[in-house]
Design a protein around this ligand. Structure first.
Ligand SMILES: Cc1ncc(C[n+]2csc(CCOP(=O)(O)OP(=O)(O)O)c2C)c(N)n1
Ligand SMILES: [Mg+2]
Length: 293
């Protein structure tokens, strides 16, 4: 028998989104510090895009029915940002937020990298970089074959873009004119072993590269909630071409423990207790200043 659950309804409310982003950013720091491992900075660079996707009237989903066939799909191809995905899914209602404190513990459904079938709302097992865009393309093509109107969103990293499979998927998506696929490139300028400009300088010019691959390209500030929202809206209007949002972000969301000098050393390193307190206080101050409270 068909289950009846409501589609998640969100209107675009900038104050609510700021509050959610603040809450999710806090939870990323808290859960990784508690776990003593994980990738807080990679999660923080993604958190504002995730906030708008799930709570800004962009994605259509039913948390009570994670396999609803008409749901929009989100695939976190840069799977090491799993803490960012988990805090988002918990806030969306896929599972109890109390689980966040079990991140990376033996037996917890919240593993270091997302595992399909293990955590409600996770659409693909990722973490081996480079694969998520191909998986997303498969979903997008399935929608066409099945005559369904769902959209597919995939987030990739700039370091992840070293992987050849990203560009195979890019070519194929353009070939098949897959217009229900929107990719977000989290362009934070850093990867595991150094700045992207040193490790793989040929990623630039990245806008022209994706244009040359036949994609609709928008360049945005990946921490500006209103801009992210407008960009997703525009992407959904594009016909006959996949779309990519090149999102300029900061790996660590401008929090002082993730200074430029620390960006590489702190890849995949949680904040210690003291640093976490500093980061949380900064997030609180920033939120209250923004909202004039
Ligand atoms: C195939 C593969 N190679 C190497 C790694 C190890 N690794 C994990 S994160 C990472 C850097 C990714 O950088 P980026 O995509 O820029 O993500 P960011 O952390 O900056 O968001 C690397 C190389 C991996 N997970 N998979
Ligand atoms: Mg990066």
């Amino acid at each position: 028998m068909e289950q009846k659950h409501d589609v998640q309804q969100h209107t675009f409310d900038i104050h609510r989104l700021r509050e959610i982003s603040w809450k999710l950013s806090r939870a990323i720091i808290q859960s990784t510090t508690k776990a003593g491992s994980g990738h807080p900075s990679s999660s923080l660079s993604a958190v504002d895009v995730l906030t708008v996707l799930y709570f800004g009237d962009v994605m259509r989903y039913k948390p009570q029915e994670p396999h609803w066939p008409d749901r929009d799909r989100f695939i976190l191809s840069k799977g090491h940002a799993a803490p960012g995905l988990y805090v988002t899914l918990a806030e969306a209602g896929y599972f109890d937020p109390a689980l966040l404190s079990t991140l990376r513990q033996f037996g917890s459904p919240l593993e270091g990298h997302p595992v399909y079938g293990r955590t409600p709302g996770v659409e693909a097992s990722t973490g081996s970089l480079g694969q998520g865009l191909s998986i997303g393309l498969g979903h997008a093509l399935s929608a066409k074959v099945d005559g369904r109107d769902y959209r597919v969103y995939v987030m990739i990293g700039d370091g992840e873009s070293d992987q050849g499979q990203i560009w195979e998927a890019a070519m194929s998506a353009a070939k098949y004119r897959v217009d229900n696929l929107t990719t977000i490139l989290d362009l934070n300028g850093y990867q595991q072993t150094g700045p992207v400009s040193k490790v793989m300088p040929a990623l630039m010019p990245v806008v022209q590269k994706w244009q040359a691959f036949g994609w609709d390209v928008q360049e945005i500030d990946g921490h500006d909630l209103a801009q992210i929202h407008t960009a997703f809206r525009q992407a959904a209007e594009v016909r006959g071409r996949p779309q990519i949002l090149i999102a300029h972000t900061d790996k660590g969301k401008f929090l002082s423990p993730f200074t430029k000098d620390e960006k590489v050393r702190k890849h995949g390193v949680p904040l210690n207790e003291e640093e976490a307190q500093t980061a949380l206080a900064e997030l609180d101050d920033r939120y209250h200043a923004q909202e004039g409270a």
